[in-house]
Design a protein around this ligand. Sequence first.
Ligand code: DGL
Length: 270
Amino acid sequence: MNQAIAVMDSGVGGLTVVKEILGQLPQEPVIYFGDTARAPYGSRDPEEVVRFTCEIADYLLRYQPKMIVLACNTATAVALEVIRSRVSLPVIGVIKPGARAAIKASSNGRIGVIGTEGTVRSGAYDEALREISPQLDIVSQACPELVPLVEAGDFRSSRVYDAVRRSLAPLKGRDRDCLILGCTHYPFLAGPIAEAMGHDVQLINSAEETVREIGAILSYHEKLARPADSRPKHRFLCSGDPVMFHRIAQAWLGDQLDENAFVGQVHSTC
Ligand code: DGL
């Protein structure tokens, strides 16, 4: 039996990373935890986000995963080192991969970052970007209106377009050639975000680079799943309404969320 990759987020946002795992590493089973009852994390105290992330990591360890992915920028910004110090498995976040992807994509070094209040306040993207390239011109913007819309399953309504336009207004005219979607919920809103920014601004979703890193780490540890005859069995757990979670997962993952996947609800404090 192949061990799973454990993936956590405050809600449905980490499904954007799961989708990439299913594409790049289709033989890998995934155990996902979305803390939908306590989302959004972005406006919470960092100590609270650290506590929630520790509770979820402890819960996921019961499934004996082979690695833990913090598919949440807010949790990565404040809890990555704490979780690494508590578990003996590889633990990765999404911020450094997102920063790498943006630097690869940018030709003028003028990068925009959007994220939750917690992520922007932490300065984690500035740090990750400047660690690679100190001369970058970085503008960051918190967009607290967006995550609740995604959690409500609203990706395309006029309310969404209005909220995206309002949230991104401070970035307009700032001559960015790429924009890091520094919250895993934002790829759900890629259409409205692209429309608001203009199609010459490249949107950077950290999922692709994160999953490349997952593959490299598993390969290094000789832990890549062996190809099997049947598709791997995935588990999706959330702490809030499982019907809404299932609806969003189905909309986002489509056929990849097969009847083989288990979707269930677990209490917030696990
Ligand atoms: N998806 C998360 C992130 O990447 C958290 C959003 C939230 O709960 O505020 O930051």
